[in-house]
Write a protein that binds this ligand. Structure first.
Ligand SMILES: O=P(O)(O)OC[C@@H](O)[C@@H](O)c1c[nH]c2ccccc12
Length: 286
């Protein structure tokens, strides 16, 4: 109910996204039962499983066998404003894919991140040329309803983001189960120990620690490092998200046995993206 505190950015985005989803659900052609019917007709594109994809890094001399890269397409963000307004997501995705990204994350939120489902579909179509070895596609979105997961699957996602901070446990369990039922193991995002415990209780296999607090935008690179011990000895793939700007950050996480890093802004701003990825993963110059 009416609280005296001003809404945080996460609350603002959530509220706007609820309005957006209500419009889509009421629009003929994208009603919930219509999406369900398309899914039951097997019209969603073939997917690849996230967990094996993240475990299968090529162990050749030009790759980093122990750390996976999740590379993000990010035109803008609420904390940084415009980042790369003229990017061609399909071209950018091909550079990521050819440079060895295991996952390509595509922001589909339109108001603050200037993304769309079309961006994601084009990225998926572009990487399909790489066949079985293509990166998995992540719908980076503020998800609170099964409907958005159905949409993700129909638009070519292999996985979706579930943000623990914005979901009640019952909702999180329901969305997690729905995503898995469509063949998509989600990336579950946490920001502190209590949220990490909720992700573990869920049985989540791929957990991302966001170094950026979505309520106040503060970035603390130690957030991931402090939670590493909670997943040790468990069959969980641990990913560090946000604020990663260069090889030193990646090296630190790799030494702490973090399994993957998700990088957005630094990749979007890189002068030569392929060279930057090689530096990030400490690959020798090709
Ligand atoms: O651009 P950065 O600092 O490399 O961060 C990427 C990614 O982690 C960030 O975009 C992100 C993490 N969790 C999110 C949830 C919603 C929107 C965006 C995000």
């Amino acid at each position: 109910m009416a609280s005296s505190k001003p809404p945080t950015i996460l609350e603002k985005i959530y509220a706007q996204r609820q309005l957006d989803v209500d419009v889509a659900k009421a629009t003929p052609g994208t009603r919930p039962d219509e999406l369900k019917e398309y899914l039951s007709m097997n019209l969603a594109p073939k997917l690849i499983a996230l967990v094996p994809r993240l475990k299968r890094n090529p162990s050749t001399s030009t790759s980093n066998p122990s750390l996976s890269l999740m590379a993000e397409i990010k035109r803008a963000s609420p904390s940084k404003g415009e980042i790369a307004m003229t990017v061609n997501p399909a071209k950018q995705a091909l550079i990521y894919a050819r440079s060895g990204a295991s996952v390509i994350s595509v922001l589909t939120e339109p108001t603050w991140f200037k993304g769309s489902l079309l961006d994601m579909r084009l990225v998926r179509q572009a990487v399909d040329e790489l066949g079985e070895n293509r990166p998995a596609i992540l719908r980076k979105e503020f998800i609170f309803e099964e409907y958005q997961i159905d949409e993700a699957r129909l638009f070519g996602a292999d996985t979706v983001l579930l943000i623990v901070a914005m979901l009640k446990q019952e909702q999180l369990e329901r969305l997690y189960a729905h995503s898995v039922s469509l063949g998509m193991e989600p990336l579950v995002e946490v920001n502190n120990a209590a949220e990490m415990q909720r992700a573990l209780d869920l049985g989540s296999k791929v957990i991302g620690v966001n170094n950026r607090n979505l309520h106040d935008f503060n970035v603390d690179m130690g957030t991931t490092s402090r939670l590493v011990d909670m997943v040790r000895e468990r069959d969980v793939i641990l990913c560090a998200l946000s604020g990663i700007s260069g090889p030193q950050d990646v090296k630190t996480y790799q030494e702490q046995a973090v399994n993957a890093v998700l990088v957005g802004e630094a990749l979007m701003r890189a002068k030569d993206t392929a060279v930057f990825i090689r530096e990030l993963l400490a690959w020798p110059e090709a």
